[in-house]
Design a protein around this ligand. Sequence first.
Ligand code: SF4
Ligand code: F3S
Length: 112
Amino acid sequence: MTYVVTEDCIACKHMDCVEVCPVDCFYEGENMLVIHPDECIDCGVCEPECPIDAIQSDSAPGMAPWIELNRKFARLWPNISEKGQPPGNAKAMEGRPDKLRDLFSELPGEGT
Ligand code: SF4
Ligand code: F3S
């Protein structure tokens, strides 16, 4: 069991989630965060912290591809444990459809 960051996070990246994680298992991409599924202890503390409900339990419907995306990029991106500055247009990007196809960046973020 793990929690997963999903499509809504892309281009929003509010980062309220990282500050509460007791095991620091968030990893930072250029415009999204992911959770390392083998490090997450399934505490659920981060889920209500995300203002746009981008964090889901892996038991929610349709999570399989997102677990794999989280796993893949948690290995490639740097760890992040401190909230940074969200993108300036984060508000405008909320709820935008097809973020994975149109906006997702494989580039790493800076990490903290
Ligand atoms: Fe961290 Fe708990 Fe969220 Fe897993 S569920 S990412 S351990 S805060
Ligand atoms: Fe993303 Fe929400 Fe965290 S938008 S960075 S999952 S607070």
